[in-house]
Every structure is written in structure tokens, then in C-alpha cells.
Design a protein around this ligand. Structure first.
Ligand code: ACO
Length: 340
């Protein structure tokens, strides 16, 4: 846990970028692939369609680069002034080198170092806290935090319980020091006792890829959805009410909840506990599904035109690990200047 101290500069989000692949995978498309229905998917998850990256040879680094490049172009950032790049992902192009190094090269961030961060659906929020620490400590002036995942590369399209959930995308934010606005507080959790509920069983050092692991389909994501759902509802609601209490925030003080987009029912339950009406909840799960580390920055991008300096935002995530958390930040710039 960390609480902002008034002697440090604050780490403010000063720019946002995103990337979505062109191809849409709709619920009717999935009805042709597995035994499911548009009605079941929408009522159980809120998802109508997701985006799939099917460009030959392009993967997470490509999407992360596109999101970063959009941010650089629209906010007129000199890439040589970026000090650090953190890419949150569970679908790196390769186990190493880090996706962050590939992005660093592609965007021409000649002075930047970087690394990847693995925390599944909590990746972006954990990366944001990491990036903010470098700003607050004075070790960096410009940190690019990216959430990017090519979930289609680890999804089993014969498993109806998971293939309906995930999509591909990337989102990026720039962190810079501010005297006025920025990340105020974070509460993060991990509970490895439930690691088996959501995992990619093979391809790591315990079970390196082999004919046997591929034949068993263990190079695909596995999820025990029901218990994960229960943990997510409790975890997200508790951590959001915790951060509100710690910062003396009531529902009326919060301008927007920016939740990880795993399931509309989890988001509704969280907003309900926080006392927020639906117009204060960023929700785009219907269009993109669960894009893992990309969901929160994608929401920030989609709602950017509504955001004004001083708006109070609560960001929250839950995912594999198990990992979960919430961050309270005050928005730093007039997003209407960057509306599409
Ligand atoms: N279409 C039709 N029926 C289905 C489908 C489908 N696509 N998938 C499952 N079913 C069936 C099941 O077989 C089951 O049938 P049964 O009762 O005959 O056994 C029934 O529907 C209910 O299945 P549940 O798994 O209980 O369905 P649930 O309401 O829990 O919804 C879901 C499943 C959407 C996966 C939900 O459990 C969920 O959202 N879990 C949490 C996901 C999450 O937050 N993950 C963390 C982030 S992801 C990350 O970190 C990478």
C-alpha cells in the first residue's frame, strides 16, 4: 500500500493512446464455433463482440507500439524524452526479450529503459503504481505505462467457457510529475493460494512446451470461472470501498469508476457497493470483451473527452494470481481537447 506524501511530486496521467485490431469476433460468429448463444453470452457477461489481431507476424509488441505511437502523435511528445517503458502483459511476443524493449526500439525512445510486468488482468494497475513510484522518487520524468494483450494467442476456441470472454487490444498512458494532480493512493493484493483457478499451465519452466503439452491443450488459458467470479465480486468491491474510506471519499465524490472489464455483473456489483450510478462507470466490455491488461487504459481513452482536471477517478482490477487492487487518482488535463 502507498499513500501520496505532500513532499513528493505527484505522478499524473498526461496523455492516453490506444490500439484496437480491425477484425471483430461477434457472438453470432462464436455460435458457429462452439455450443453457445448470443443471449447466454450477453446475459452472463455483457459482451457482444471483441477484436482479434490476425495480422501475420504481428503480436503484442505491435499493438503496444501502435498505442504508444498514437499517444506520442496526438500529444506531440518527443520519444527521446521518455525515460522508462513498462509493458503489462501476459502475452509477450516472446518470454524474452521483454516486449518493452521491442516497443522502445519501434517508437524511437532512445533514452528509455524498460521491462514487462506480469499480473494478468491487474497488470496495468500494478504497472501504473510502479511507474508512478519512479516519478514520485524523482528517478524519472516521463514514464510510458502500457497494457497490451493478444489474448487470442492463448485462447482455446473449442472451450466455450473461456473463448467467449477475451479480445485483443492495447492502451497506453504517459506519467509525468505534477504539483496539483495525479495518483493519490493505491491498494494492491495478491493471493497465490488460488493460483490454480486461472492459469496458463504450460510453456514456462515447470512444463516447457512439448508435443505432450500441446496435445493436452495446456498452451491455452484455463479458468475455473465460478470461484474466480466469486473472488472477483468480493475482491473488487472490498478494495474499492477500502480506498474510498482511506481517502474519505463518498460515492458523490467519485466522478468515474474505471473497472477492469471481465464481466458486467462484477462491475455492476462493485459500482453498487460504492454507491455509484451507471453514468459514473466506464464500461466498454460490450465492444471489446476482456482484453486483460488493456481494459483500464482503453476505458480512459474512450472516456477521455469527458475528463477534466480535478476529476476523481477510482481505477480497479481483478485477475489471475490471484491479483487485485484499486487506485485513486485525480485527472490532470482537459480531455475534450483530444476528442476523436
Ligand atoms: N454458452 C453457454 N453455456 C455456457 C457457456 C457458454 N459460452 N459457458 C459455460 N456455460 C454453461 C456451463 O457449462 C454451465 O452449465 P451447467 O450448469 O450445465 O454445468 C452453465 O453455463 C453455468 O456455468 P458457470 O461457469 O457457472 O457460468 P457463470 O455464470 O459463472 O459465467 C463466466 C461464466 C462468465 C466465466 C463467469 O464465471 C465469470 O465471469 N468469471 C470471472 C471471470 C474473471 O473475472 N476473470 C478474471 C480476469 S481474467 C484474467 O485475469 C486473465
Amino acid at each position: 500500500m502507498s499513500t501520496f506524501s505532500s513532499t513528493q511530486p505527484q505522478a499524473a496521467i498526461t496523455a492516453v493512446g490506444h490500439f484496437l485490431p480491425e477484425r471483430r469476433l461477434t457472438n453470432p460468429d462464436l455460435e458457429q464455433m462452439v455450443e453457445t448463444s448470443d443471449e447466454w453470452i450477453q446475459s452472463r457477461t455483457g459482451i457482444k463482440e471483441r477484436r482479434i489481431l490476425d495480422d501475420d507476424g504481428k503480436a503484442t509488441a505491435y499493438m503496444a507500439t501502435q498505442a504508444a505511437q498514437e499517444l506520442i502523435d496526438t500529444h506531440d511528445i518527443d520519444p527521446a524524452t521518455i525515460d522508462l517503458i513498462i509493458v503489462a502483459t501476459v502475452t509477450p511476443d516472446m518470454l524474452f526479450p521483454a516486449t518493452a524493449c521491442l516497443v522502445q526500439d519501434q517508437i524511437g525512445a532512445s533514452s528509455a529503459w524498460g521491462f514487462d510486468l506480469s499480473a494478468a488482468c491487474s497488470g496495468f494497475l500494478f504497472a501504473l503504481t510502479n511507474g508512478a513510484s519512479f516519478i514520485e522518487s524523482g528517478r524519472a520524468e516521463r514514464v510510458l505505462v502500457i497494457g497490451a494483450d493478444t489474448m487470442s494467442s492463448i485462447t482455446d476456441y473449442t472451450d466455450r467457457s473461456t473463448c467467449i470472454l477475451f479480445g485483443d487490444a492495447a492502451g497506453a498512458v504517459l506519467l509525468e510529475p505534477s504539483d496539483t494532480y495525479g495518483l493519490q493512493d493505491t491498494v494492491h493484493h495478491a493471493d497465490g493460494a488460488h493460483a490454480d483457478l486461472l492459469k496458463l499451465p504450460a510453456g514456462g519452466s515447470r512444463r516447457p512446451a512439448s508435443h505432450e503439452t500441446v496435445d493436452a491443450g495446456d498452451h491455452y488459458l484455463k479458468q475455473d470461472g465460478r470461484p474466480v467470479f466469486r473472488h472477483a465480486v468480493t475482491g473488487m468491491s472490498d478494495v474499492c470501498t477500502d480506498i474510498m474510506e482511506r481517502n474519505d471519499l463518498s460515492g458523490s465524490d467519485v466522478d468515474y469508476l474505471v473497472p477492469h472489464q471481465a464481466n458486467q455483473r462484477i462491475i455492476d456489483a462493485t459500482a453498487n457497493r460504492m454507491g455509484l450510478s451507471s453514468d459514473k462507470v466506464m464500461m466498454n466490455i460490450d465492444r471489446y470483451g476482456n482484453t486483460t491488461a488493456a481494459t483500464v487504459p482503453l476505458c480512459l481513452y474512450d472516456w477521455q473527452h469527458e475528463l477534466r482536471p480535478g476529476h476523481n477517478l477510482v481505477l480497479t482490477t481483478f485477475g489471475g494470481g490471484l491479483t487485485w487492487g484499486a487506485s485513486y487518482l485525480t485527472w490532470a488535463y482537459d480531455g475534450s481537447e483530444y476528442a476523436d
